[in-house]
Design a protein around this ligand. Structure first.
Ligand SMILES: C[S@@+](CC[C@H](N)C(=O)[O-])C[C@H]1O[C@@H](n2cnc3c(N)ncnc32)[C@H](O)[C@@H]1O
Length: 478
């Protein structure tokens, strides 16, 4: 085997017989990975046969071809979106930009000629080059690497050892669909099943795009996290939980209405307000902490969303009775995250009962603000008491809403990213506590169920919405 010098990428031929494919989001990850770490290409050259057909490194070559079609400004923009880029020094960033600017003028790749292989050996190599025999040490990964970094580098932290997309939504949400955004997720964002899987490629891709738009990184709530767990089916970002924007989008699309009014009596971050306003709803958030309400208002300036600093129990003082089309809330989960030391902060109450009392006052008042024939969507996860038993917080919320005239209409389980759970679960399992990686999306209804089809339009996910997210809308039939 001889190592060749750099050759123009146009001299290398992609292997049509390569049995491996790549999902769009992974493909972008690969491009980013190469952009951020070009030395990797030197350490792992593309393996070609005597006719320069790729035997190993098809994906890398495809990614390089895609990069070669970009303008330097586009490359710089993509670099800017890479995790870790902002953390580099100005000199390191400049070196990377210069490297790629130069490369774009003459796109080359380092190759390794595997010319002595028989046809049979070539076939064997193509398969074996893609196999992985080792297993990740998830403890070590969780302890010594950042989950965000691992994701950026292409490691599916939530799906050990299968190297691909997570399964779990049945056929319409399975990996084969997730790559091409098949009809159910095209139409409904995610298949409208009782399992909502945030680990799917289409979900992660969409979430990244929303995050980039919203740019709320939870700065105003740093240090509120009580344990490794989070609420609000959130991911940990800088140590605080942030609402998943795709979840917010789904809530607006499925249970809200364009032109309608949405509100939340435990508002927290800007995510829901931002998403609701983007989707044509107005939004009012009641938030107890002044700095959070102020920051939120700055973030949504010019949008049809605003935040009021007050106790959520006073919601009916700010919002007229029977005026709202959607109540959304992801309230504090007792003391899982303590937000402030204010006496009426639900998250710092001396007892679970006192905590529930605040929630019940707020939600009972909120329900009066809703019009007839409308939904309330409450995202909650159960929490354990000091002994370790579950409180049945989810059950308490269901009972609370029913008692105030809104029985349960749907319940979805939202499956969350695994994050550092593999590390923590070792500790939990000493007490036989199973690692919790889901939350409950409770949908309550006020009014006459028969009015739903006439009150709510049929859900059609407009092509311009897909275009805004850079997705094709080639099949919307089901
Ligand atoms: C779980 S967060 C809200 C959800 C939001 N999506 C998030 O992740 O930040 C709960 C919010 O409720 C606020 N809060 C706590 N007690 C409150 C009360 N009595 N009235 C209004 N807001 C309250 C907290 O300050 C916190 O921002």
């Amino acid at each position: 085997m001889t190592k060749s010098p750099l050759v123009p990428i146009t001299d290398i031929i992609l292997n049509e017989a390569n049995p491996r494919g790549i999902e769009q989001d992974k493909f972008e990850q690969l491009q980013k990975s190469l952009l951020m770490f070009p030395k990797m290409l030197h350490l792992r050259p593309v393996v070609v046969d005597e006719a320069n057909i790729v035997l190993g490194g098809n994906m890398r070559l495809r990614a390089l071809i895609a990069i070669s079609k970009m303008r330097p400004a586009e490359v710089n923009m993509m670099l800017g979106k890479c995790n870790g880029y902002a953390q580099k020094t100005e000199l390191e960033r400049e070196n990377l930009r210069n490297y790629w600017a130069k490369w774009l003028k003459a796109p080359v790749v380092e190759i390794l000629h595997a010319s002595q292989l028989s046809e049979e050996e070539k076939r064997e190599f193509i398969i074996k080059d893609n196999l992985s025999y080792g297993a990740w040490d998830w403890d070590m990964l969780a302890n010594e690497w950042e989950p965000m970094e691992l994701e950026e580098w292409g490691l599916d932290c939530w799906q050990p050892d299968n190297g691909g997309e997570a399964e779990g939504n049945g056929s319409a949400g399975s990996s084969s669909e997730s790559g091409k955004h098949g009809s159910l997720s095209d139409k409904f964002i995610a298949p409208p099943f009782t399992i909502l899987d945030t680990r799917q490629g289409y979900w992660r891709q969409r979430k990244a795009m929303w995050r980039e738009r919203i740019a709320d990184f939870g700065e105003s709530r740093e240090g509120t996290l009580a344990d490794g767990e989070t609420n609000c089916m959130a991911t940990i970002n800088n140590g605080v939980s942030l609402l998943d924007p795709v979840m917010a989008e789904i809530v607006c699309r499925w249970f809200g209405m364009e032109g309608g009014a949405a509100f939340d009596c435990f508002a927290g971050d800007t995510v829901f307000g931002y998403v609701a306003a983007t989707l044509g709803m107005s939004f009012t958030g009641i938030e107890l902490r002044e700095e959070q309400a102020r920051l939120n208002n700055e973030r949504v300036e010019g949008m049809s969303a605003h935040y009021i600093c007050d106790d959520g129990q006073n919601v009916a003082k700010h919002i007229a009775a029977g005026s709202q089309d959607l109540l959304f809330s992801c309230p504090p989960y007792y003391d899982l995250e303590v937000y402030s030391d204010k006496p009426n902060d639900a998250s710092n109450q001396p007892t679970y009962e006192a905590f529930l009392g605040i929630l019940e006052n707020a939600f009972a008042n909120a329900i009066t603000c809703l019009k007839q024939n409308r939904f309330a969507v409450i995202v909650v996860g159960d929490i354990r008491d000091k002994e370790g038993y579950y409180y049945d917080f989810v059950g308490d919320i269901k009972r609370m809403f029913k008692a105030h005239g809104m029985p349960l209409y749907n319940e979805c389980i939202i499956v969350e990213p695994i994050g550092t759970l593999p590390q923590r679960v070792q500790r939990y399992m000493r007490n036989r506590k199973v690692g919790k990686c889901h939350q409950n999306v409770l949908v309550f209804y006020k009014g006459d169920i028969k009015a739903i089809p006439t009150t709510y339009n049929e859900i059609t996910y407009a092509s311009e919405d897909l275009a805004a997210f850079g997705m094709d809308n080639n099949d919307t039939t089901e």
